[in-house]
Design a protein around this ligand. Structure first.
Ligand SMILES: [Zn+2]
Ligand SMILES: [Zn+2]
Length: 104
């Protein structure tokens, strides 16, 4: 039962984020459909070591140029599964550090 409850909670959180994003989009643009533009905007993915451009849709696990492990920011908190905003450095729910781990 608890697993079902958790999924419901995650769904609720995602919906809450949607509402916030909608409200924010209206403030920024004066239009409620501005959000689609935000969602289409791609965050460029680059190697953290050599800055090689990588495919953000299907990122490789390791940089083909220098072999550094590619780190992609999660869209959900790895600890509590709360939905995240791209600019979040820490999870707003549990404080999990969302920054890239240091290069080995
Ligand atoms: Zn590289
Ligand atoms: Zn969290």
């Amino acid at each position: 039962m608890s697993e079902i409850y958790d999924r419901q909670k995650i769904q609720d959180d995602i919906q809450k984020n949607d509402v916030i994003l909608d409200a924010f989009s209206k403030i920024v643009s004066g239009k409620s459909n501005y959000r689609t533009v935000i969602e289409k905007k791609k965050i460029p993915l680059r190697c953290r070591k050599c800055a090689l451009s990588l495919d953000s849709d299907r990122p490789p696990k390791f940089c083909p140029e220098c072999g550094t492990k590619v780190w992609v920011k999660p869209v959900k908190c790895p600890k509590c599964s709360k939905g995240l905003f791209a600019e979040d450095k820490f999870c707003q729910e549990c404080g999990e550090n969302l920054e890239a781990p240091p290069l080995a």
